[in-house]
Design a protein around this ligand. Structure first.
Ligand code: BYC
Length: 472
């Protein structure tokens, strides 16, 4: 059960006074960060119907109530331990998992935890203005649910830093509140987390594709030999599922509405004329967030990834579904791009672990796009959405110095620059989206013209429930 202390937790925090004091010292800084960098305009006078974990079992982690955002009960929740858990991969396969950080892996583990931790507040910062342009109270509530949980995921990483990395860990926890998304001098660590998310199509694509990178990275960290990291990330994954639901259903509802508007306007008409979001614009935003999220998996050939795997720090998603968990002399067939053409070469599998995880990720994204296309099919549309080729618009890894179209065909830099807005959002696309989102919809049960209502409300409540209310 989660205790009702100043910092809610299921790690018996009160038995470790030093740690408790250190985290209680960090807590007001976190709240200040949330007030300054969290949802703008919704800090003091609004109550939001959110889900808060009160225990980590299936009954307790989905407890719903109205809260004022800065009063959300952010805390430290670890999934229950697995008895006699053993290391599942790498050179220490089969040995008992670690309850403390081995000195020789301290730097690598700290780096992984800091990188993961950095993404969480970054996403809250990226989304802080969206509340003022929301398509409905239902969506506004979902945005805030995602935001408070990202805040809690930061707590999860800060707990690990404070508990297992001493002074360095405490310093890193401070810096997690100092870097800022998009800040020129102190940006967030990974590129996708410095991109602005100022319209709701970007938000839904981000929660569909970038949160899904969160899922693949958290799945691989949940395999870690460091048991507290594994237990922390396992519980984070239960929350992450809702974020992808928000993204997938958000885009699905836009598609649904676009189809309706196209029927209304006559199929050959520009749906923008009646305030809808046309399919090419949806495809461009898909291209943008999918390619940025491919970058988040790191380089195709990575000695960092090989050593994370060898040392048992970061495994593969669903490690237990693989036959070989040591992977000492296996090879991965990888496509390289040399002298303008693709060549397949064998790479030691351990060095290809970023790519193995990316393969899992691409498959998971493709399944989502297939579900979206069913909507277009149902409405009798011939248009289809598709994932661009992996080489398209890459800034990390071996394709980063080259240019490709969404089919993977190589292009010169000039041609790519000339044609990029056929495939990626342009300034005028952003302006159009901002223009149809300029007026927020705060009336219960009402939805902006460009998006269909959801099939059902939250926690079996009606769609017209007042999910966010102003205080009397
Ligand atoms: N941007 O060996 P390489 C989430 C750097 S999302 C900028 O290829 P490695 C969430 C790299 O640091 C999940 N730099 O990469 C979603 C290295 O630098 P150095 C977040 C990048 O080490 C939505 C160099 O390039 N979790 O949870 O295998 C909302 C070559 O590195 C990028 C994690 O990321 C990039 N995209 O790193 C909220 C898990 N990629 O050493 C939350 C933890 C690489 O040359 N992190 N570099 O200076 C990791 O597992 C790894 O650090 C990476 C790949 C997957 C990021």
């Amino acid at each position: 059960m989660i205790s009702a202390e100043k910092i809610p937790n299921n790690v018996n925090l009160s038995s470790n006074k030093r740690l408790q004091r250190a985290l209680e010292h960090w807590q007001p800084k976190y709240i200040q960060w949330w007030r300054d960098m969290g949802p703008q305009g919704f800090q003091d006078y609004h109550q939001v119907y959110v889900r808060t974990a009160i225990s980590v079992d299936p009954e307790g982690w989905a407890h719903f109530e109205y809260v004022k955002l800065p009063e959300y009960r952010w805390g430290i929740f670890l999934a229950d331990p697995t008895p006699d858990r053993r290391i599942g991969f790498g050179d220490f396969f089969g040995q008992p998992v670690w309850q403390e950080v081995p000195g020789e892996f301290r730097n690598q583990l700290r780096r992984l935890i800091v990188t993961q931790g950095d993404t969480e507040p970054a996403s809250v910062e990226q989304q802080r203005l969206l509340g003022q342009r929301c398509p409905s109270l239902y969506d506004l509530r979902n945005l805030f649910q995602v935001n408070v949980e990202e805040g809690r995921h930061l707590w999860a990483m800060v707990y690990l830093l404070h508990s297992y990395f001493g002074r360095d860990g405490r310093d890193e926890a401070e810096e997690l509140l100092e870097r800022q998304s998009g800040n020129r001098d102190k940006p967030r660590i990974l590129e996708a987390f410095n991109e602005p998310i100022d319209n709701w199509l970007d938000f839904f694509m981000f929660t569909m594709f970038t949160d899904r990178d969160g899922k693949s990275q958290l799945m691989s960290l949940s395999e870690s030999s460091l048991d507290p990291l594994s237990r922390t990330t396992r519980f984070m994954l239960t929350e992450e599922a809702h974020h992808m639901f928000v993204g997938e259903t958000g885009v699905a509802r836009i598609l649904e509405r676009t189809c309706e508007l196209m029927k209304q306007a006559g199929y050959s008409e520009d749906v923008r004329k009646i305030g809808g979001i046309d399919i090419p614009t949806i495809q461009k935003h898909l291209n943008q967030w999918f390619s940025l999220s491919l970058d988040l998996h790191g380089g195709e050939v990575s000695s960092n990834a090989a050593s994370y795997f060898a040392n048992g720090l970061k495994g593969r998603a669903k490690e237990d579904t693989f036959d070989d968990h040591v992977v000492r002399d296996a090879y991965y067939h990888m496509e390289f791009f040399e002298e303008g053409r693709p060549v397949t070469k064998e790479v030691l599998m351990r060095n290809a672990m970023n790519e193995v995880l990316r393969d899992w990720y691409v498959g998971d994204c493709a399944a989502g796009v297939t579900r979206w296309n069913k909507i277009l099919e149902r409405h009798g549309m011939s248009d289809r959405l598709r994932l661009p080729d992996r080489k398209f618009n890459r800034h990390i890894g071996m394709y980063s110095g080259f240019h490709f179209d969404p089919n993977g065909a190589p292009l010169s830099k000039e041609e790519f620059e000339r044609r990029q807005h056929e495939w990626l959002p342009s300034k005028s696309d952003s302006e159009y989206l901002l223009s149809i989102m300029a007026e927020p919809v705060y009336e219960p049960g009402k939805f902006a013209n460009y998006i269909a209502p959801p099939r059902r409300g939250i926690n079996q409540l009606p769609i017209n429930f007042e999910y966010v209310r102003t205080e009397a």
